[in-house]
Ligand binder design. Structure first.
Ligand SMILES: C[S@@+](CC[C@H](N)C(=O)[O-])C[C@H]1O[C@@H](n2cnc3c(N)ncnc32)[C@H](O)[C@@H]1O
Length: 272
């Protein structure tokens, strides 16, 4: 049936992608991958057979499929208490650097990076911060670079901002247009959005803070370990790492390299 795939189909897909594109989808959490492939087939109105045909005969198709399979759900000031913890426990140390470099790995449509920029601005640190925000999805990055956030999400975003300890009038940070909001240029100007794949790409800079939140959850343990390794290599000495609240560092081989800064909000710091 269109829109559903079996466990055997999934195994076949993983093998095909590995042999044709040298990419290991076997490292993605299986149940969620199966659901996402099924959803993709329904959306495109194609059969599993057609999907395999495209993967075999059209080299440009695989990157498109990979993008389509990613889960891009995000919001501004997601888990507001995480931002409070950042402000209290991490910003005072970041403030001691002349230039503050932050990486948001898996930034989706940019809401997390916009939230960080707002917090930094309110702490008087934005002008000397460089925020690198990357994702695998070109479509999400285009939206992020344009500063577009759905207007219907602004009510929840505003409530999150207040819970995160925001001190200003949140509506000053965006202008409303039809059914979307545009984040102000002042907030966006220190953010560089670019494409980066955590599975296949390498370290590209050194950061005092790396946030990779709600991304690892889609990977299996060995891949989580590799990705945490990449994030660890991207940190400056004594740099901070933040992961999602449902994610864990404990089961990776890198855990001993970190001290816990805030267990509840999943903020860690490289040991000296
Ligand atoms: C659920 S969103 C999380 C967004 C944001 N960090 C947050 O917490 O709200 C997960 C993001 O990870 C991205 N992603 C998935 N696999 C990736 C990979 N291999 N490399 C880079 N980004 C990836 C997806 O495209 C998606 O935008």
């Amino acid at each position: 049936m269109m829109g559903e795939i079996s466990d055997d189909d999934l195994r076949e897909l993983v093998t095909l992608v590995k042999s044709q594109h040298n990419y290991d989808l076997g490292n993605y959490a299986a149940a969620s991958l199966k659901r996402r492939v099924g959803r993709y087939l329904s959306q495109c109105g194609i059969s599993f057979f057609e999907l395999k045909y495209r993967l075999t005969n059209n080299q440009d198709f695989f990157p498109e499929l990979l993008e389509a399979l990613s889960v891009n759900v995000t919001e501004m000031f997601r888990d507001p208490f995480f931002y409070r913890a950042l402000k209290e426990k991490v910003f005072p140390i970041l403030a001691t650097y002349p230039v503050i470099k932050i990486w948001h790995a898996g930034c989706s449509s940019g809401e997390e990076a916009f939230s960080m920029a707002i917090m930094l601005k309110e702490a008087g640190l934005l002008h000397r911060s460089r925020i690198y925000a990357t994702d695998i999805s070109r479509e999400m990055l285009e939206r992020a670079a344009a500063g577009i956030v759905p207007l219907h999400a602004m009510k929840d975003n505003t409530a999150n901002y207040i819970s995160a300890g925001g001190t200003e009038d949140f509506s000053e940070y965006y202008s409303a247009r039809y059914d979307y909001a545009i984040i102000s240029q002042e907030i966006r100007k220190q953010i560089i959005f670019s494409q980066h794949n955590l599975v296949t790409d390498y370290v590209f800079n050194e950061f005092q803070l790396v946030c990779c939140r709600n991304v690892l959850i889609y990977f299996n343990r060995p891949l989580q370990d590799n990705v945490i390794g990449l994030l660890t290599q991207s940190l400056a000495p004594l740099g901070f790492l933040a992961i999602g609240l449902k994610e864990s560092l404990q089961f990776t081989s890198h855990y001993a390299k970190y001290a816990t800064v805030d267990a509840q909000n999943k903020i860690f710091r490289l040991r000296g």
